[in-house]
Design a protein around this ligand. Sequence first.
Ligand code: UTP
Ligand code: MN
Length: 512
Amino acid sequence: MSQVPVKKRSRCPQHATPPPVHLEDPVRFPDTVLCLVEKRMGASRRAFLTSLARRRGFCVEGADSKRVTHVVSEGNSGDEVMEWMKRKGSCWMDALGSGPALLDLSWFTESMSAGQPVEIEPRHRLGVTIRKEEPEGRRQVAAYICQRRTPLAHCNQALTVALETMAEEARFCSSEGRSLAFSRAASVLKSLPWAVRRVQELSALPCIGEHSKKIIQEVLEDGTSAEVESIKQSERYQTMELFTQIFGVGVKTASRWYREGLRTLADLKAQHTKLSREQQAGLQHFEDLQIPVVRSEAEAIGQVVQKAVEQFLPGASVTLTGGFRRGKQSGHDVDLLITHPEEGQEVGLLRKVISWLDSQGLLLYHSSQRNTFYALEEQEMLDSSTSTMDRFERSFSIFRLDYLSGGIQRGAGSQEPGSIMSGFGATRSWKAVRLDLVVTPYSQFSFALLGWTGSKNFERDLRRFCKQEKKMALNSHALYHMEQKIFLAAASEEEIFQHLGLEYIPPEERNA
Ligand code: UTP
Ligand code: MN
């Protein structure tokens, strides 16, 4: 088929210059030079208004004239007028106000009635977005965390720390909604590529409520927020923070202990408080578990687990997830995901691995959960989609990390090479580290990887996005289309993002 050139559509002639001046129209106001914007006004109305103005002694010129003092338009925003003038060759337009006045037709009609140019009032002026202080992208912050890139390092640290304290305090009061609101506000600030300096900048951002705004304003003005400082000083906040840091203790238990008058770890011990096996281990290893785990330690533990896994199931893989996969150099625990390319081979593996680690004296505590996902009914899949709990075969343990075996670099808190200080001043060559092992069938691996990479805020919003925007349910096992009633398979995280119509966000940019 031959290509016939498409004839250019003939359009109404667009005059950059207005109709010719008639000699019988003397110029009475030489300092006022009008330009009438044809966009929306139309060519014939513009011609009519031009001759009307000239008959009254006004000077009217084209958009390319440097003499124009008053730009008059009808039904356009200031930004649209700027755009139109630029297209017509007015390189002298300046959004900061040094160019001609951008006016609504009301100024024109009032001037025509008055028989002379009326004084320009604010109501005559068209607003223009000032772009000089506002680089591209500032105004475009997506509403969902999973639509944004959130790097590890950001420019609003003081603000996010304050907001996260507020979120934590709300969580300690079991006010989940309030806690979420502060967390979301903090997440927005973490994603900004610039430092917020004025509260006015917040108006264009999503998820910043009035209370968050107040906290931000205090920090911007005074360097700290009085409300945050008083929370941090409060006995309840300090006690709740201490108790919830114990492995196995949640907000409910910590609140109960606080109500019972307990304030310190010594109180827990002295009062013979009833503790679960997990909490006992948490209390016993409290000091070690407070010390951040560094990447080299996480990798060393990963290698020990890999060795154990290989013994029982050659070809199985061990993947470091959680904060370390997002690029963090330290964290509160080590999250490892185990799978095997041949589906079904992984069944029963965790029990063997745990037994072996235990026999080597490497587990200070462990509790396991068998895989209950296959027993799930469809409705439960929908219900569980918003919860972070999953149904994999998994183990929550406390690992004994030995520095003397295998060249492990010390983490923070260590005092001498290959040793750490215990609370009583004696040195020892090992440290307790929280370890989560999760075994996943190969077909669910991408979902588990996405779910376990975090951050928690990122995961929560990803699941909310699925439900609210896509009518889908996502968890660490699968993606389910609620209307089509089908599971959507994915061999990689990228494929999951594709199913959701989301731009792929790499792990390092999920630090919300
Ligand atoms: P973590 O609590 O370990 O967070 O959970 P993290 O980001 O690695 O933080 P640090 O660095 O250890 O302090 C990691 C991810 O695993 C998911 C969480 O939602 C989080 O995104 N997770 C955790 C689950 O899916 N299920 C769980 O039972 C626990
Ligand atoms: Mn972790």
